[in-house]
Every structure is written in structure tokens, then in C-alpha cells.
Design a protein around this ligand. Structure first.
Ligand code: 5RP
Length: 220
């Protein structure tokens, strides 16, 4: 039997609060991870009509479909009204590290397509400064040369390729200024995506703490 932890309670509270933002007829991006596993039943329980959802991972898609949430191909939607996702770390000014589940490429594309990107988390996720590691997805083509260029701070993760056939790795070096590191990683043609999400992408943060939820607006 799975033991329910305090973190689970906080994830559930944050996820339920975020589910309350979704309205009839909205286009919705569904993130990935254990916090989102609480969002999906909360969203399904609302019994909204006309929802159109896209999922950031196979696991989310399967759970959402099993709950009766309508998931469609992202090729059919240009914009999303809202996307809701978890995070591994979040700083007070709204920088995130995502990709603990290796889904950061799709998660970032979905977040960028959303008018409102809401992040849900338990109270272990807020940090004063990003600590890392920073997940990476590398293009499969030339991955050995990309890894050689990125140097020893980048370590392959022992997981299957992403649904887009990308190679999952982690940057384990100093983070320092996250904007500078993001720019450095984006400058390498072999890096398909990194897990640094800038505050400009994040609308709101819902953090479960004890028996309550703290809401913070990052980008109005
Ligand atoms: C997956 C992610 C997740 O959102 C992140 O790892 C948080 O996961 P959890 O809700 O299980 O703590 O970025 O790629």
C-alpha cells in the first residue's frame, strides 16, 4: 500500500486549487509528474464541458484519458488558455528547474503556448537559489559530439529516450546566473531543451504548505 506523505497532501491541495482555475471550453496544457497526478482527478471531478487538453507525456495522457479528460494532438491547437505543471525547484523571483521526469522539452513548448502558465508544488520546491542539476534533452543526432562539447559537467541520465527520441542528460555544474546558463545551453545546436524556465514564462505559483495553499503571482 502506498503511504500518503505530508508532501502528497501539499501537492494535492495545490493541484486542487489550480484545477479550480479551469473553466468550460478552455484549452488546457497538462504537465507531468506526481503533483499533476493529483491535478488530473481534481480536474475530471469538476465535470467541465468542452475542454480540449494536450498532455506533456505519455503517462499524463494515459491517466487523463482514463479519467475521461479529452486529450488531443498538440498539432490541432495553436494556443492554450492555461497550462498547469509541477516543478523541481522554484526561486522567489520565479525561475524554475523542471525535467525531473525528463519531460521538459514538451513541458516548455506547452508552457510557451499558454496564456497562463500555473506551477503547482509542495513546500519542498521553493529554494533561495537554484541548486540543480538542470535536466537537458539533447538531439539524438550527433549526441556524442554534443556531450563532448558540453564537457564533464553534463552527465547522461540512465533513462529511455524521450518521446521525441531525444537523449536525456543533466547539467551538474554551477548554475550561478540562470539566465546566463540558459543562454549558454541554448547556444549549443545539440541541445534541444534545458530545464531552466524563466520567470517570464510563469504566471502563478501555487505552493501547498501544511493544510493551505500559498498563491504567488509571478507574471500578471
Ligand atoms: C517532469 C517535471 C515535473 O513537473 C517535476 O519533476 C516535478 O515533479 P513532481 O510533481 O513529481 O514533484 O518537470 O519533467
Amino acid at each position: 500500500m502506498r503511504v500518503v506523505t505530508g508532501a502528497d497532501t501539499e501537492k494535492k491541495l495545490a493541484a486542487e486549487a489550480a484545477a479550480g482555475l479551469v473553466e468550460d471550453g478552455m484549452t488546457v496544457g497538462l504537465g507531468t509528474g506526481s503533483t499533476i497526478a493529483f491535478l488530473l482527478p481534481a480536474l475530471a471531478a469538476r465535470g467541465l464541458s468542452g475542454l480540449r487538453c494536450v498532455a506533456t507525456s505519455v503517462a499524463t495522457e494515459e491517466q487523463a484519458r482514463g479519467l475521461g479528460l479529452p486529450v488531443e494532438d498538440f498539432d490541432r491547437l495553436q494556443r492554450l488558455d492555461i497550462a498547469i505543471d509541477g516543478t523541481d525547484e522554484v526561486t522567489p523571483d520565479g525561475w524554475l528547474i523542471k525535467g525531473g521526469g525528463g519531460a521538459h522539452l514538451r513541458e516548455k513548448i506547452v508552457a510557451a503556448a499558454a496564456a497562463r502558465f500555473v506551477v503547482v508544488a509542495d513546500s519542498s520546491k521553493p529554494v533561495a537559489e537554484l541548486r540543480g542539476p538542470v535536466p537537458l534533452e539533447l538531439f539524438r543526432f550527433g549526441a556524442a559530439s554534443t556531450l563532448a562539447r558540453l564537457g564533464p559537467e553534463v552527465v547522461l541520465r540512465d533513462v529511455p529516450p524521450s518521446p521525441d527520441r531525444g537523449v536525456i542528460a543533466d547539467y551538474r555544474g554551477e548554475i550561478g546566473n540562470p539566465a546566463a546558463l540558459a543562454a549558454r545551453l541554448e547556444a549549443d545546436p545539440g541541445v534541444a531543451a534545458h530545464g531552466l524556465f524563466p520567470p517570464a514564462l510563469v504566471s502563478e505559483l501555487f505552493v501547498g504548505r501544511g493544510n493551505g495553499v500559498e498563491r504567488t503571482t509571478i507574471r500578471a
